[in-house]
Design a protein around this ligand. Structure first.
Ligand SMILES: Nc1ncnc2c1ncn2[C@@H]1O[C@H](COP(=O)(O)OP(=O)(O)OP(=O)(O)O)[C@@H](O)[C@H]1O
Ligand SMILES: CC(=O)N[C@H]1[C@@H]2OC[C@@H](O2)[C@@H](O)[C@@H]1O[C@H](C)C(=O)O
Length: 365
Protein backbone atom coordinates (compact mmCIF):
# COMPACT_ATOMS: atom_id res chain seq x y z
CA UNK A 1 0.00 0.00 0.00
CA UNK A 2 1.14 3.56 -0.71
CA UNK A 3 0.57 6.39 1.73
CA UNK A 4 -1.07 9.13 -0.33
CA UNK A 5 -2.42 12.63 0.14
CA UNK A 6 -5.06 13.71 -2.38
CA UNK A 7 -5.58 17.40 -3.10
CA UNK A 8 -8.60 18.77 -4.94
CA UNK A 9 -9.49 22.36 -5.78
CA UNK A 10 -13.01 22.18 -7.16
CA UNK A 11 -15.08 24.30 -9.50
CA UNK A 12 -16.64 26.21 -6.59
CA UNK A 13 -13.26 27.96 -6.12
CA UNK A 14 -13.82 27.98 -2.36
CA UNK A 15 -10.66 26.22 -1.19
CA UNK A 16 -8.52 23.13 -1.34
CA UNK A 17 -9.59 19.77 0.11
CA UNK A 18 -6.84 17.46 1.36
CA UNK A 19 -7.23 13.84 2.46
CA UNK A 20 -4.93 11.02 3.54
CA UNK A 21 -5.50 7.57 2.05
CA UNK A 22 -3.56 4.30 1.97
CA UNK A 23 -4.07 2.37 -1.25
CA UNK A 24 -2.37 0.31 -3.92
CA UNK A 25 -4.54 2.09 -6.49
CA UNK A 26 -7.03 -0.79 -6.57
CA UNK A 27 -8.01 -1.50 -3.00
CA UNK A 28 -8.58 1.16 -0.35
CA UNK A 29 -6.71 0.57 2.89
CA UNK A 30 -6.79 3.07 5.72
CA UNK A 31 -8.70 6.33 5.22
CA UNK A 32 -6.99 9.03 7.26
CA UNK A 33 -7.84 12.58 8.25
CA UNK A 34 -9.07 15.25 5.87
CA UNK A 35 -9.29 19.03 5.94
CA UNK A 36 -10.27 21.99 3.81
CA UNK A 37 -8.22 25.18 3.64
CA UNK A 38 -10.40 27.99 2.32
CA UNK A 39 -9.05 30.52 -0.18
CA UNK A 40 -9.04 34.19 0.76
CA UNK A 41 -11.28 36.56 -1.19
CA UNK A 42 -8.35 37.79 -3.29
CA UNK A 43 -7.49 34.30 -4.57
CA UNK A 44 -11.17 33.47 -5.18
CA UNK A 45 -11.56 36.65 -7.22
CA UNK A 46 -8.33 35.98 -9.10
CA UNK A 47 -9.37 32.42 -9.99
CA UNK A 48 -12.82 33.55 -11.07
CA UNK A 49 -11.20 36.22 -13.25
CA UNK A 50 -8.97 33.58 -14.86
CA UNK A 51 -11.94 31.30 -15.47
CA UNK A 52 -13.82 34.14 -17.18
CA UNK A 53 -10.96 34.95 -19.56
CA UNK A 54 -9.37 31.50 -19.85
CA UNK A 55 -10.12 31.27 -23.60
CA UNK A 56 -7.67 34.09 -24.35
CA UNK A 57 -5.30 33.76 -21.40
CA UNK A 58 -1.55 33.66 -22.16
CA UNK A 59 0.64 31.28 -20.14
CA UNK A 60 2.82 34.20 -19.02
CA UNK A 61 -0.09 36.40 -17.90
CA UNK A 62 1.10 38.08 -14.66
CA UNK A 63 -2.26 37.54 -12.94
CA UNK A 64 -2.13 33.83 -13.83
CA UNK A 65 1.43 33.49 -12.52
CA UNK A 66 0.52 35.20 -9.26
CA UNK A 67 -2.64 33.09 -8.80
CA UNK A 68 -0.75 29.86 -9.48
CA UNK A 69 1.85 30.78 -6.88
CA UNK A 70 -0.82 31.52 -4.27
CA UNK A 71 -2.84 28.42 -5.16
CA UNK A 72 0.22 26.16 -4.93
CA UNK A 73 1.24 27.73 -1.60
CA UNK A 74 -2.23 27.02 -0.22
CA UNK A 75 -1.96 23.39 -1.35
CA UNK A 76 1.43 23.08 0.36
CA UNK A 77 -0.11 24.56 3.52
CA UNK A 78 -2.88 21.95 3.33
CA UNK A 79 -0.30 19.14 3.17
CA UNK A 80 1.59 20.67 6.09
CA UNK A 81 -1.63 21.11 8.07
CA UNK A 82 -2.42 17.39 7.69
CA UNK A 83 0.95 16.82 9.32
CA UNK A 84 1.45 13.33 7.87
CA UNK A 85 4.25 11.72 5.91
CA UNK A 86 3.16 10.31 2.56
CA UNK A 87 4.83 8.54 -0.36
CA UNK A 88 2.83 10.38 -2.93
CA UNK A 89 0.64 13.46 -3.41
CA UNK A 90 -2.19 13.52 -5.97
CA UNK A 91 -2.43 17.15 -7.10
CA UNK A 92 -5.42 17.96 -9.31
CA UNK A 93 -4.84 21.73 -9.50
CA UNK A 94 -7.56 24.18 -10.49
CA UNK A 95 -9.49 23.76 -13.72
CA UNK A 96 -9.76 27.12 -15.42
CA UNK A 97 -10.91 25.86 -18.81
CA UNK A 98 -12.45 22.59 -19.93
CA UNK A 99 -13.20 22.17 -23.62
CA UNK A 100 -13.85 18.46 -24.18
CA UNK A 101 -14.64 16.95 -27.58
CA UNK A 102 -18.28 17.60 -28.50
CA UNK A 103 -19.92 16.15 -31.61
CA UNK A 104 -20.48 18.90 -34.17
CA UNK A 105 -18.19 21.41 -32.44
CA UNK A 106 -15.17 22.33 -34.44
CA UNK A 107 -12.43 23.19 -31.98
CA UNK A 108 -9.26 21.69 -30.63
CA UNK A 109 -10.30 19.82 -27.44
CA UNK A 110 -8.36 21.09 -24.46
CA UNK A 111 -8.46 20.96 -20.68
CA UNK A 112 -6.41 23.24 -18.44
CA UNK A 113 -5.63 22.66 -14.77
CA UNK A 114 -3.30 25.20 -13.19
CA UNK A 115 -0.90 24.60 -10.29
CA UNK A 116 2.86 24.22 -9.96
CA UNK A 117 3.59 20.54 -9.25
CA UNK A 118 7.36 21.02 -9.23
CA UNK A 119 7.24 23.67 -6.56
CA UNK A 120 4.76 21.60 -4.50
CA UNK A 121 7.15 18.62 -4.67
CA UNK A 122 10.08 20.82 -3.69
CA UNK A 123 8.28 22.44 -0.78
CA UNK A 124 6.76 19.26 0.65
CA UNK A 125 9.69 16.97 -0.17
CA UNK A 126 7.17 14.45 -1.54
CA UNK A 127 6.60 12.92 -4.97
CA UNK A 128 3.68 14.56 -6.77
CA UNK A 129 1.35 13.06 -9.42
CA UNK A 130 -0.49 15.69 -11.49
CA UNK A 131 -1.96 16.51 -14.91
CA UNK A 132 -4.52 13.71 -14.71
CA UNK A 133 -6.76 14.84 -17.57
CA UNK A 134 -4.75 15.86 -20.62
CA UNK A 135 -3.65 12.41 -21.88
CA UNK A 136 -7.29 11.34 -21.94
CA UNK A 137 -8.38 14.44 -23.88
CA UNK A 138 -5.47 13.96 -26.30
CA UNK A 139 -6.73 10.40 -26.94
CA UNK A 140 -10.25 11.65 -27.68
CA UNK A 141 -11.73 11.26 -24.18
CA UNK A 142 -13.64 13.88 -22.19
CA UNK A 143 -10.91 14.23 -19.53
CA UNK A 144 -13.66 13.97 -16.88
CA UNK A 145 -15.02 12.60 -14.66
CA UNK A 146 -12.01 10.92 -13.02
CA UNK A 147 -13.50 9.89 -9.67
CA UNK A 148 -15.45 6.78 -10.86
CA UNK A 149 -12.57 4.32 -10.41
CA UNK A 150 -12.31 5.53 -6.82
CA UNK A 151 -16.09 5.28 -6.35
CA UNK A 152 -15.94 1.69 -7.58
CA UNK A 153 -13.23 0.77 -5.08
CA UNK A 154 -15.03 2.52 -2.23
CA UNK A 155 -18.43 1.03 -3.04
CA UNK A 156 -17.10 -2.52 -3.53
CA UNK A 157 -19.08 -3.94 -0.58
CA UNK A 158 -22.38 -2.18 -1.45
CA UNK A 159 -25.28 -3.71 -3.40
CA UNK A 160 -25.52 -2.71 -7.08
CA UNK A 161 -26.66 -1.06 -9.24
CA UNK A 162 -25.74 2.07 -7.33
CA UNK A 163 -25.56 5.75 -8.27
CA UNK A 164 -23.05 8.05 -6.60
CA UNK A 165 -23.76 11.70 -7.26
CA UNK A 166 -21.31 14.52 -6.58
CA UNK A 167 -22.84 17.99 -6.34
CA UNK A 168 -20.05 20.55 -6.54
CA UNK A 169 -20.01 23.54 -8.87
CA UNK A 170 -20.92 21.03 -11.56
CA UNK A 171 -22.75 17.74 -10.89
CA UNK A 172 -21.29 14.38 -11.87
CA UNK A 173 -22.64 10.89 -11.44
CA UNK A 174 -21.14 7.40 -11.36
CA UNK A 175 -23.44 4.45 -12.05
CA UNK A 176 -21.97 1.16 -10.85
CA UNK A 177 -23.31 -2.11 -12.17
CA UNK A 178 -23.34 -5.56 -10.55
CA UNK A 179 -20.39 -6.79 -12.66
CA UNK A 180 -18.12 -3.83 -11.88
CA UNK A 181 -19.39 -1.79 -14.85
CA UNK A 182 -18.93 1.98 -14.61
CA UNK A 183 -20.91 4.62 -16.45
CA UNK A 184 -20.09 8.19 -15.46
CA UNK A 185 -20.59 11.70 -16.78
CA UNK A 186 -21.37 15.26 -15.71
CA UNK A 187 -25.08 15.73 -15.09
CA UNK A 188 -25.31 19.52 -15.51
CA UNK A 189 -24.83 22.60 -13.40
CA UNK A 190 -25.14 22.09 -9.63
CA UNK A 191 -23.99 24.75 -7.13
CA UNK A 192 -22.05 26.89 -9.62
CA UNK A 193 -24.87 29.06 -10.99
CA UNK A 194 -26.57 29.05 -7.57
CA UNK A 195 -23.42 30.45 -5.95
CA UNK A 196 -23.24 33.19 -8.59
CA UNK A 197 -26.92 33.95 -7.95
CA UNK A 198 -26.49 34.08 -4.17
CA UNK A 199 -23.44 36.33 -4.52
CA UNK A 200 -25.38 38.73 -6.74
CA UNK A 201 -28.53 38.84 -4.60
CA UNK A 202 -27.24 38.38 -1.05
CA UNK A 203 -23.53 39.19 -1.22
CA UNK A 204 -22.81 35.78 0.35
CA UNK A 205 -20.65 33.09 -1.27
CA UNK A 206 -23.51 30.57 -1.37
CA UNK A 207 -27.11 30.01 -0.30
CA UNK A 208 -26.44 28.50 3.14
CA UNK A 209 -28.87 25.68 4.01
CA UNK A 210 -30.87 26.64 0.89
CA UNK A 211 -32.57 29.42 2.86
CA UNK A 212 -33.15 31.66 -0.15
CA UNK A 213 -34.29 28.81 -2.40
CA UNK A 214 -36.67 27.40 0.22
CA UNK A 215 -38.38 30.82 0.39
CA UNK A 216 -39.13 30.73 -3.35
CA UNK A 217 -40.94 28.73 -6.00
CA UNK A 218 -39.34 27.20 -9.08
CA UNK A 219 -40.52 29.01 -12.20
CA UNK A 220 -42.14 26.51 -14.56
CA UNK A 221 -41.60 28.55 -17.72
CA UNK A 222 -37.89 29.15 -17.12
CA UNK A 223 -37.42 25.55 -16.03
CA UNK A 224 -39.23 24.31 -19.14
CA UNK A 225 -36.88 26.28 -21.40
CA UNK A 226 -33.82 25.01 -19.53
CA UNK A 227 -35.04 21.42 -19.73
CA UNK A 228 -34.91 21.64 -23.52
CA UNK A 229 -31.12 22.05 -23.41
CA UNK A 230 -29.60 19.36 -25.67
CA UNK A 231 -26.96 18.43 -23.07
CA UNK A 232 -29.60 16.72 -20.92
CA UNK A 233 -30.48 14.06 -23.50
CA UNK A 234 -27.06 13.78 -25.16
CA UNK A 235 -25.66 10.28 -24.70
CA UNK A 236 -22.52 9.90 -22.59
CA UNK A 237 -19.60 10.38 -22.61
CA UNK A 238 -20.04 14.05 -21.77
CA UNK A 239 -18.55 16.63 -19.43
CA UNK A 240 -18.88 20.31 -18.71
CA UNK A 241 -16.98 23.51 -18.10
CA UNK A 242 -18.05 25.44 -14.98
CA UNK A 243 -19.50 28.23 -17.18
CA UNK A 244 -21.15 26.08 -19.87
CA UNK A 245 -24.74 26.82 -18.87
CA UNK A 246 -24.35 30.56 -18.24
CA UNK A 247 -25.65 31.55 -21.66
CA UNK A 248 -28.55 29.07 -21.52
CA UNK A 249 -29.57 30.43 -18.12
CA UNK A 250 -29.56 33.98 -19.46
CA UNK A 251 -31.55 33.02 -22.55
CA UNK A 252 -34.10 31.12 -20.47
CA UNK A 253 -34.87 34.35 -18.58
CA UNK A 254 -33.56 33.23 -15.20
CA UNK A 255 -32.10 36.70 -14.51
CA UNK A 256 -35.58 38.27 -14.43
CA UNK A 257 -36.78 36.12 -11.53
CA UNK A 258 -36.93 37.31 -7.92
CA UNK A 259 -33.97 36.35 -5.73
CA UNK A 260 -35.87 33.52 -4.01
CA UNK A 261 -37.63 32.17 -7.12
CA UNK A 262 -34.36 32.28 -9.07
CA UNK A 263 -32.61 30.25 -6.39
CA UNK A 264 -35.50 27.75 -6.23
CA UNK A 265 -35.43 27.43 -10.03
CA UNK A 266 -31.68 26.73 -10.05
CA UNK A 267 -32.09 24.04 -7.38
CA UNK A 268 -34.93 22.48 -9.35
CA UNK A 269 -32.86 22.57 -12.53
CA UNK A 270 -29.96 20.81 -10.81
CA UNK A 271 -32.41 18.02 -9.86
CA UNK A 272 -33.97 17.91 -13.35
CA UNK A 273 -30.49 17.40 -14.82
CA UNK A 274 -29.90 14.46 -12.48
CA UNK A 275 -33.27 12.92 -13.42
CA UNK A 276 -32.32 13.29 -17.09
CA UNK A 277 -29.01 11.56 -16.31
CA UNK A 278 -30.87 8.65 -14.72
CA UNK A 279 -32.68 8.04 -18.03
CA UNK A 280 -29.27 7.34 -19.59
CA UNK A 281 -28.40 4.53 -17.14
CA UNK A 282 -28.57 0.89 -18.33
CA UNK A 283 -30.88 0.14 -15.40
CA UNK A 284 -32.18 2.09 -12.40
CA UNK A 285 -29.95 2.18 -9.31
CA UNK A 286 -31.12 0.75 -6.00
CA UNK A 287 -30.28 4.08 -4.35
CA UNK A 288 -28.54 7.44 -4.81
CA UNK A 289 -25.67 8.43 -2.55
CA UNK A 290 -24.93 12.15 -2.67
CA UNK A 291 -21.55 13.76 -1.98
CA UNK A 292 -20.22 17.32 -2.32
CA UNK A 293 -21.49 20.60 -0.90
CA UNK A 294 -24.89 20.28 -2.60
CA UNK A 295 -25.91 17.58 -0.13
CA UNK A 296 -25.99 20.32 2.54
CA UNK A 297 -28.63 22.25 0.63
CA UNK A 298 -32.09 20.95 1.64
CA UNK A 299 -33.70 22.72 -1.33
CA UNK A 300 -31.54 20.67 -3.69
CA UNK A 301 -31.98 17.42 -1.73
CA UNK A 302 -35.76 17.89 -1.64
CA UNK A 303 -35.90 18.64 -5.37
CA UNK A 304 -33.76 15.58 -6.04
CA UNK A 305 -35.97 13.25 -4.05
CA UNK A 306 -38.97 14.69 -5.88
CA UNK A 307 -37.38 14.06 -9.27
CA UNK A 308 -36.03 10.55 -8.64
CA UNK A 309 -37.82 7.27 -7.93
CA UNK A 310 -35.17 5.70 -5.71
CA UNK A 311 -34.03 6.73 -2.20
CA UNK A 312 -31.67 9.73 -2.20
CA UNK A 313 -29.33 10.05 0.77
CA UNK A 314 -26.08 11.76 1.70
CA UNK A 315 -23.08 9.40 1.40
CA UNK A 316 -22.67 9.50 5.17
CA UNK A 317 -25.28 6.68 5.34
CA UNK A 318 -22.60 4.46 3.81
CA UNK A 319 -20.08 5.68 6.38
CA UNK A 320 -18.26 7.92 3.88
CA UNK A 321 -17.26 11.56 4.32
CA UNK A 322 -19.05 13.55 1.60
CA UNK A 323 -16.57 16.42 1.83
CA UNK A 324 -13.57 14.14 1.37
CA UNK A 325 -14.39 11.90 -1.58
CA UNK A 326 -12.86 14.01 -4.35
CA UNK A 327 -9.60 14.57 -2.45
CA UNK A 328 -9.45 10.89 -1.52
CA UNK A 329 -10.03 10.03 -5.18
CA UNK A 330 -6.89 11.93 -6.18
CA UNK A 331 -4.87 9.94 -3.65
CA UNK A 332 -6.03 6.72 -5.30
CA UNK A 333 -5.54 8.15 -8.79
CA UNK A 334 -1.99 9.19 -7.85
CA UNK A 335 -1.26 5.60 -6.79
CA UNK A 336 -2.64 4.37 -10.11
CA UNK A 337 -0.43 6.84 -12.00
CA UNK A 338 2.63 5.67 -10.02
CA UNK A 339 1.80 2.01 -10.72
CA UNK A 340 0.99 2.56 -14.40
CA UNK A 341 -2.64 1.50 -13.99
CA UNK A 342 -5.37 3.02 -16.20
CA UNK A 343 -7.20 6.07 -14.81
CA UNK A 344 -9.79 6.64 -17.53
CA UNK A 345 -12.13 4.18 -19.22
CA UNK A 346 -14.59 3.93 -22.12
CA UNK A 347 -17.51 4.14 -19.65
CA UNK A 348 -16.20 7.17 -17.77
CA UNK A 349 -14.54 9.61 -20.16
CA UNK A 350 -15.24 7.81 -23.42
CA UNK A 351 -11.56 6.91 -23.70
CA UNK A 352 -11.05 4.52 -26.64
CA UNK A 353 -9.74 1.89 -24.15
CA UNK A 354 -8.61 1.96 -20.50
CA UNK A 355 -5.89 4.61 -20.51
CA UNK A 356 -3.02 5.54 -18.23
CA UNK A 357 -2.36 9.22 -17.69
CA UNK A 358 -0.95 11.76 -15.29
CA UNK A 359 2.64 12.82 -14.75
CA UNK A 360 5.01 12.50 -11.83
CA UNK A 361 7.55 14.87 -10.36
CA UNK A 362 9.90 14.17 -7.47
CA UNK A 363 11.97 11.19 -6.47
CA UNK A 364 10.35 8.25 -8.23
CA UNK A 365 8.98 5.43 -6.13
N1 LIG B 1 -24.24 24.55 4.30
C1 LIG B 1 -24.44 24.64 2.99
N2 LIG B 1 -25.65 25.00 2.50
C2 LIG B 1 -25.87 25.10 1.18
N3 LIG B 1 -24.93 24.89 0.25
C3 LIG B 1 -23.71 24.54 0.66
C4 LIG B 1 -23.39 24.38 2.04
N4 LIG B 1 -22.10 24.02 2.14
C5 LIG B 1 -21.62 23.94 0.88
N5 LIG B 1 -22.58 24.27 -0.02
C6 LIG B 1 -22.46 24.35 -1.48
O1 LIG B 1 -21.45 23.47 -1.90
C7 LIG B 1 -20.48 24.18 -2.70
C8 LIG B 1 -19.14 23.55 -2.51
O2 LIG B 1 -19.24 22.22 -2.87
P1 LIG B 1 -17.96 21.32 -3.15
O3 LIG B 1 -16.91 21.69 -2.18
O4 LIG B 1 -18.44 19.94 -3.26
O5 LIG B 1 -17.57 21.88 -4.59
P2 LIG B 1 -16.26 21.70 -5.43
O6 LIG B 1 -15.51 20.50 -4.95
O7 LIG B 1 -15.56 23.00 -5.44
O8 LIG B 1 -16.83 21.48 -6.88
P3 LIG B 1 -16.63 20.30 -7.98
O9 LIG B 1 -17.07 19.02 -7.37
O10 LIG B 1 -17.55 20.74 -9.08
O11 LIG B 1 -15.21 20.32 -8.39
C9 LIG B 1 -20.56 25.61 -2.21
O12 LIG B 1 -20.10 26.49 -3.21
C10 LIG B 1 -22.06 25.73 -1.91
O13 LIG B 1 -22.76 26.03 -3.07
C1 LIG C 1 -12.72 19.50 -15.84
C2 LIG C 1 -13.02 19.42 -14.38
O1 LIG C 1 -12.26 19.87 -13.56
N1 LIG C 1 -14.18 18.81 -14.06
C3 LIG C 1 -14.60 18.60 -12.69
C4 LIG C 1 -15.85 19.42 -12.43
O2 LIG C 1 -16.29 19.29 -11.07
C5 LIG C 1 -17.24 18.22 -11.02
C6 LIG C 1 -17.28 17.71 -12.42
O3 LIG C 1 -16.93 18.88 -13.16
C7 LIG C 1 -16.21 16.63 -12.67
O4 LIG C 1 -16.32 16.19 -13.99
C8 LIG C 1 -14.77 17.12 -12.48
O5 LIG C 1 -14.24 16.81 -11.24
C9 LIG C 1 -14.22 15.54 -10.66
C10 LIG C 1 -13.25 15.53 -9.55
C11 LIG C 1 -13.90 14.38 -11.62
O6 LIG C 1 -13.16 14.54 -12.58
O7 LIG C 1 -14.36 13.27 -11.34
Amino acid sequence: MLRTIGLMSGTSLDGVDAAYLETDGEVIGRLGPRLTLPYDQKLRRQLRGLLDRAETLAENDPELIDAVRRLTDRHAEAVEALGLEADLIGFHGQTILHRPPVVGRNYQPFTWQVGDATSLARRTGMTVAYDFRSADVAAGGQGAPLVPVFHRALAAPLPKPLAILNLGGVGNVTWLGPEGEMLAFDTGPANGPLDDWARKHTGKDYDAAGKLALAGQADGAVLGRLMAHPYLTAPPPKSLDRLDFDRALKEAGAAELSAADGAATLCAFCAVCVAAAARLFPEPPLQWLVAGGGRRNPAIMRALQGALEEPVRAVEVAGWDGDALEAQAFGLLAARVARGLPITFPGTTGAPRPLTGGRIVGSLL
